[in-house]
Structure formats: structure tokens, C-alpha cells
Design a protein around this ligand. Sequence first.
Ligand code: SAM
Ligand code: ZN
Length: 276
Amino acid sequence: MLSKVERRIESIKELGILECPRCKGKISVDGRSLKCQSGHTYDFSKKGTVNFVLGYGGENYSREMLEARRKLMRMGLFSGILDSIADAVANSGIAEPVILDAGCGEGTGLEYLDEKLKEKGIEARLIGIDISSGGITIAGRTEKDILFFVADLGSLPFEDHSFDFVINMFTPASYREFRRVLRKSGKVLKVVPEREHLIELREVFGLREYSNAEIVAHMEENMSVVSRERISTTFDAEGHGEELLLMTPMLWGKTEGKSAEAPKSVTVSASLFVLE
Ligand SMILES: C[S@@+](CC[C@H](N)C(=O)[O-])C[C@H]1O[C@@H](n2cnc3c(N)ncnc32)[C@H](O)[C@@H]1O
Ligand SMILES: [Zn+2]
């Protein structure tokens, strides 16, 4: 039986789409490392993840926040959104899509998607990248056949035209890079929060009203909108107040020294844009 690292090395060999973010050279597997033509080397961690952003651990997300987010997502916090993403992939009719989640956090979304797509008979190749090494360390725990890398979405370690879909959920975008790595008929699946998103939490912390106007304007300047779907669900958070107060980066700096009372339920409200 192959170990997890060995399985992930085999997947990388099979895919053959890695490119050195430093020199753009082709990357190949060299024992337990990845090496580009110019000799830049990237080692596998024990979990079979790889860090392509050497010397930078990304935004300093606390383990506590990442674990809280993982727990709530496993309880279904964003399942409505992820179901819509799975439908968008299924509707494309591509039997074996290659999918990148650019800004995958701690990987729970991709794990959920893996199951949903399998249920639909779709054998997808899933790859998650995030600049947060803490997030990728947690993501790498999964036994599923998903590849996770620490990488900057502004300088992706992949060859041109490698993906059928780039998922970009609640995360900044680099449309130039997304277009570069997408196949000709490839699509970006972009999830943007709406005004009501987690509004109960915003109220607890006295935050200003949210508007996605700038994000959407930037998106429309760079891509064509194929479709937009509004997704609204209510998540029953009874008994999980602590995780709720911990999970959202937008509340950073607001939690310290403040013993806020968590809402009993929260609204999840977002738009899924299919872009080309
Ligand atoms: C709010 S979290 C969303 C995570 C996940 N998509 C989800 O919905 O749970 C935003 C993520 O974007 C990542 N991120 C921010 N800038 C990035 C960059 N330049 N490259 C890669 N990831 C980045 C952060 O590390 C963080 O994990
Ligand atoms: Zn290189």
C-alpha cells in the first residue's frame, strides 16, 4: 500500500501541470522533492503538501480560527454555496474536470465538493492552494485524493491552460493568473458575499454595513459574467457560538477583550458568479 505522500507524488506525476513560480520552468518529481529545470527545489511535507512560497507563511491566521471555520463548515455552514458550485461543475458536462480552488483555506470546502461530485458520478481532480501555511497544514490531513499547496494566487505554480474551473470563494482574485491557468473553455466560479452575509455577526461587533460593489465592479472589468446565482440560507448555530465568534477574519481585532454574545443563527448570503 502506498503512503499518503507516495499517493500524492503519483497524482502530481500523473497530472504533470506544475510550473516553477520563480522561473516558470517545468517541474518534475525528483524522489521526495519537486525540482524545476533551473534547480529550484520544493520538498514534500509529511502530509504530501508542498510550499511554493518559501520563507513566507502567509497571513497569520490562528489555528483556533482555522479549526473553528473547519468545524462550522463540516456542520454545513456553506453547504448551500458548495452545492451550487457542484451543480455548476456538473452542468458543464465535463466528465473528469481539473479544478483549482484558489484560496482554499483549510480545505473543508474541497473535501465536501469531492463527495458531492462523486455522488454525481464526476471524477474530478481537485487541487487547493492557499497562501496560509497554517490552512494548508490542516487541509493536508485529509485522506482524500486532493492535492494541497501553499502558493500565492497571484503567481500560481501551474502551467498555462491546466484547469477547467478555478473556484475563488470569499477570497481575493487575480484574474490575469486565473485566465492564464484556465483551459480555453474554462470558467472561474467566484463566490462573493452579499449585504446580508453573516449580518447577525456583523451586528454583534457593530461593523459597518457591507457592500460587494467594488469587488463586483473589479470582476466585471476583468471577466465576462456567464451567470449569477443568489444563495441564501440560515445556519442554526445553537451551541456553537464560540466557533462563530472565532471564524471570521473580518472580525479580527474586534474579538479581543470583548465578551460578545454569539447569535443563535446566522444568515449565509452570497452570489455565485460563473465567469469566462
Ligand atoms: C475568508 S478565507 C476563505 C477560505 C475558503 N475559500 C472558504 O470559503 O472557507 C480567504 C482565504 O484567502 C487566502 N488568501 C488571501 N490572499 C491570498 C493569496 N494572495 N494567495 C492565496 N491565498 C490567499 C487566505 O489565506 C484565506 O485562506
Ligand atoms: Zn525554477
